[in-house]
Design a protein around this ligand. Structure first.
Ligand code: PGA
Length: 256
């Protein structure tokens, strides 16, 4: 499939549990000039408490804001949770769903990831859906099966029209925050497999348009080679997204 030019790359920072509102404004002020001529979409996914500051700091820039999770219910007795409608209501366009830290530390399953995806799409949000295998699964040779299953369950009931608001981030769990990056070949192979699955489910036009990111220790030094791969349409960046200069280099690498 030589259709990379059909897709605009998306570089999204996943700030995880870092930065106060004040620090959020400061970091976005540093990132904004580095991202202003970007040839890709640029998103910063910040803690809930920082969303307001992030929206204010990105106003008038080409940087968009995302949350890192949302609940599947519209409202109700869910102490400590935030609904997709609440995010949409405050003007947040993006949300990460199913990050491996949510899955491994906070009990998210393929089933709850599907419910959150449903709620986010119903609220009009753009979903960054995370999938990826554990090292044991890679060693067993079942990476593609794991990733296909995660993707298939999350997309159950998602229409082709809604799929235009879904970005899939392939993030091998063993590469997240470890400094171990998948090789460009390894990453591209799984990204390609995701696109093949989406072609099976929705057809070639939808698959050609689907943005599939790579995430897992992507940084200023390795981004260009990863992003040059045919099926890697951007990145979900953790650690390196907290350093404006590094994030700027990655945005630039995705802009060629
Ligand atoms: P990392 O995190 O870039 O720090 O490996 C990526 C992610 O968890 O989304």
């Amino acid at each position: 499939m030589m259709n990379k030019q059909l897709r605009k790359a998306v570089i999204a920072g996943n700030w995880k549990m870092n930065k106060t509102p004040e620090e959020t404004s400061a970091l976005i002020a540093e990132i904004a000039p580095l991202a202003e001529n970007a040839g890709c979409d640029v998103v910063v996914c910040v803690p809930y408490i920082d969303l307001h500051a992030a929206l204010a700091a990105t106003a008038g820039t080409n940087i968009r804001v995302g949350a890192q999770n949302c609940h599947w219910a519209g409202s109700g007795a869910f102490t400590g949770e935030v609904s997709a409608a609440m995010l949409a209501g405050m003007g947040v366009p993006y949300v990460i769903i199913g990050h491996s830290e949510r899955r491994s530390l906070f009990g998210d399953s393929d089933g709850t990831v599907a419910k959150r995806t449903r709620a986010a799409l119903d609220a009009g949000l753009i979903v960054i859906l995370c999938v990826g295998e554990y090292i044991e699964q890679r060693e067993l040779g079942i990476t593609n099966e794991v990733v296909r299953l995660q993707t298939k369950v999350a997309l159950k009931g998602v229409s082709e029209e809604e799929l235009a608001r879904v970005i899939i981030a392939y993030e091998p769990v063993w590469a997240i925050g470890t400094g171990l990056t998948a090789t460009p070949g390894q990453a591209n192979e799984v990204n390609h497999e995701i696109r093949v699955l989406v072609e099976e489910l929705y057809g070639k036009t939808a698959a050609d348009k689907l943005v599939v990111q790579y995430g897992g220790s992507m940084n200023a030094a390795n981004a260009a080679e990863l992003l040059a791969q045919e099926d890697i349409d951007g990145g979900l960046i953790g650690g390196a997204s907290l350093k404006a200069a590094d994030f700027g280099v990655i945005v630039k690498a995705a802009s060629v």
